[in-house]
Ligand binder design. Structure first.
Ligand SMILES: Nc1ncnc2c1ncn2[C@@H]1O[C@H](COP(=O)(O)OP(=O)(O)O)[C@@H](O)[C@H]1O
Ligand SMILES: O=C(OP(=O)(O)O)[C@H](O)COP(=O)(O)O
Length: 477
């Protein structure tokens, strides 16, 4: 059982409740300490030293295993059953629908970073070892709502087979006869991966009929998809109306535990770096981050919507026209609150979206028509580095440039280096998001930060204080 005590605004009011929930948690005799999150592939060095609990007391694997997870993020107490609360008899021979986030970066069919797959393995393995028939469900990318070969999960099935050391069969669909046939042929311990659930537009619409079809071939539900927990979709939310029990997997549990605690009362100054290309999702979060952070550093594709809000020209850079006004409001709000909101001073611009483009470094006030900003300039990188060295907690989501192309990777990798450096000097550093983690891995510094999170948008929304729909659904179930 995981208990979430939501909103730390009034600690005095929350603490007794938190204690009550912790004390009231049932113990699960069937839980084996060796299956605890220590097996998860993610690097997690919470607080000042690994292996220390919230109290600072060193925990044994066994105490850590039995300690209920109490997390503060918002105003209501939430109880979420975890996979560890299931008795063996509830698992053995059962068809378990496991929602994982296997949305990994790909270069064609080649997986360029398998962090999310590795992080999903402990839950899948635990269930398979206990004799479940494990049906893994995920999305990949943002297909337009029908089959697209480039978004097939087939390469993921192969990698998952390697990591599990057993064949993972791939169903051609995620609902209907293809799945029913595949599942009917399963034996206890088998693992099947369904095809990309976003090949149906009903997934993102959280269509109840589609959720019912997804649930049709399973007996119970495990949500382990932290990276997608901020989406109220059929496979993360709707399906819980049809599958009971509905519980959290090890990864979801671990992420919620770590992130909620890290930001419950962050060591200050606290900075968030927000970049990447999902501008419309993440810009909305910034308004709330103003209430949590001391400094917000804007990077990547997010920059240009802000520059336009300042009345600057941005050439052919990525801009979300309908978010320009929001960017203006956020900057104004930051000013009023005395929160530092840093935008680049200079950018690397290119005359096309390609590694072999012509490039130059220009001040942000001088982006030429027809050119696009694809990386931070050197002056900006220096400014960010100096700022980060003054921080005690840093959360980073979203690459600061198109790091997949070597000519636009400098700004991102420089920040990855700096995060490693400040972690060594005692700063808590959290990096989240599929591409941000890939960048961290490529820089060779992933094991040098405090926590690698499998969620970018999800981590931001959690820190913002929202109840993630994928988690709330487990509470209701
Ligand atoms: N200036 C930019 N213009 C366009 N795309 C950018 C820019 N900077 C970064 N990106 C892209 O943002 C993508 C990652 O964004 P996002 O999905 O929001 O991050 P994450 O997966 O870490 O949450 C990367 O593919 C990167 O190439
Ligand atoms: O990659 C993801 O989010 P992230 O880029 O915020 O880490 C998740 O798989 C969610 O994907 P979505 O933002 O297309 O819903």
């Amino acid at each position: 059982m995981i208990a979430f005590v939501i909103n730390s605004a009034t600690k005095a009011a929350v603490s007794p409740l938190k204690g009550q929930i912790c004390r009231g948690l049932p113990k699960n005799p069937s839980f084996a300490a060796s299956t605890w999150l220590g097996q998860a592939a993610l690097s997690t060095r919470p607080r000042s030293s690994q292996g220390r609990g919230r109290s600072g007391v060193r925990e044994s694997a066994a105490t850590r295993a039995r300690a209920p997870v109490c997390v503060q993020t918002s105003d209501v107490a939430m109880r979420v059953r975890s996979i560890r609360d299931l008795q063996d008899a509830e698992i053995r021979g059962k068809r378990v629908f496991v929602r994982s986030d296997l949305n990994v970066p790909l270069d064609g069919k080649r997986i360029t970073d398998d962090t999310r797959i590795r992080a999903s393995v402990p839950t899948i393995k635990y269930l398979a070892d206990k004799g479940a028939k494990v049906i893994v469900v995920s999305h990949l990318g943002r297909p337009k709502g029908g089959f697209e070969d480039k978004y097939s999960l087939a390469p993921v099935a192969e990698r998952l087979s390697e990591l599990l050391g057993k064949k993972v069969r791939m169903a051609k669909d995620c609902i209907g006869d293809a799945v029913a046939t595949e599942v009917a042929a399963m034996s206890p311990g088998d693992v099947v991966l369904l095809e990309n659930v976003r090949f149906y537009p009903e997934e993102e619409k959280n269509d109840p009929d589609f959720a019912r079809k997804l649930a049709a071939n399973a007996d119970l539900y495990v949500n382990d998809a932290f990276g997608t927990a901020h989406r109220a979709h059929a496979s993360t939310e709707g399906v819980t109306a049809f599958l009971k029990p509905a519980v959290a997997g090890f990864l979801l549990e671990k992420e919620l535990d770590y992130l909620s605690n890290a930001i419950e009362s962050p060591k200050r100054p606290f900075a968030a770096i927000v970049g990447g290309s999902k501008v419309s999702t993440k810009i909305a979060v910034l308004e709330k981050l103003l209430q949590k952070c001391d400094t917000i550093i804007i990077g990547g594709g997010m920059v240009f919507t802000f520059l336009r809000a300042r009345g600057l020209k941005t050439g052919s850079s990525l801009v979300e026209e309908d978010k320009i006004e929001l960017a203006r409001v956020i900057e104004e709000e930051a000013r009023k609150r005395g929160i530092e909101l840093l935008l680049p001073l200079d950018v690397v611009v290119a005359d096309k979206f390609a590694n072999d483009a012509n490039t130059k470094v220009v001040p942000v006030e001088e982006i030429p028509d027809g050119w696009m900003g694809l990386d931070n300039g050197p002056e900006t990188t220096r400014m960010i580095q100096e700022k980060l060295r003054t921080m005690k907690t840093v959360l980073w989501n979203g690459p600061l440039g198109v790091f997949e192309m070597p000519n636009f990777a400098k700004g991102t990798f420089a920040i990855a280096e700096t995060l490693a450096e400040i972690t060594q000097n005692g700063c808590i550093t959290i990096v989240g998001g599929g591409d941000s983690v890939a960048a961290m891995e490529q820089s060779g510094k992933a094991d040098k930060v405090s926590h690698i999170s499998t969620g970018g948008g999800a981590a931001l929304e959690l820190i913002e204080g929202r109840v993630l729909p994928g988690v709330a659904a487990l509470q209701r179930a």
